[in-house]
Design a protein. Sequence first.
Length: 254
Amino acid sequence: MKIALITGASSGMGREFAVQISKLYRNLDELWVTARRRDRLESLQKAIPIPVRVFAGDMQDDELFERIGQSLEEEQADIRMLVNAAGYGKMKRAEEVEMSEQCGMIDINCKALTRMTLLCLPYMSKGSRIVNLASAAAFCPQPGFTVYAASKSYVLSFSRALGAELKNRKITVTAVCPGPVDTEFFDRAGALPSEEKKRFRAEAGAVVTQALKDAVKRRPVSVYGTAMKISRACAGILPDGLLVEIMARINHID
């Protein structure tokens, strides 16, 4: 059974990946989706032209991974694409955010992403693709977005290294590093702290389209938009101290 598996598929980027992948990959037998909100996943079934298998649950719970792992084994699934889109962020000083929220970011953005990837790897073969949602925040430390940016730096580093390890298996890994995207993410994260960031807010559909094109082209990193590409270049050139100072000002951290 040929499948694509998408985490965080109930809304935002994850849902957009589900919609676009189902149109792009015509030879898939099923689309497997997971998120906490079952009602959102079930409504997604009606918008997808191929069968959708729902795994509702929290990615901090062992039980969800056990269910997915059992289904992968029973179906002897051939995972053509894995999209790790589950994640969240909180925009405040680190000491102003509840510790449970901060640790939860690491659990979902890093630990769960890694666990899902390792769970799926035995069911991937030549031509399979992994798409991990990182962020332009991964390019440098961000005061005011401290833990989130650090977690996405992990995703970027993990993706680049894993891609090198899987090269001989002909499995590609693409880290998607957008700037602000117009999704429900900010309902939980909080409003963008500056007009500079608001100006660069992108549409989820456009970011996902670019990410899928870059994955097909076997690019290790997908960056949408000129502004974010410039940000990535600057992060590779400017001294770390200056980058942190710039981000502190943009995020209004005195």
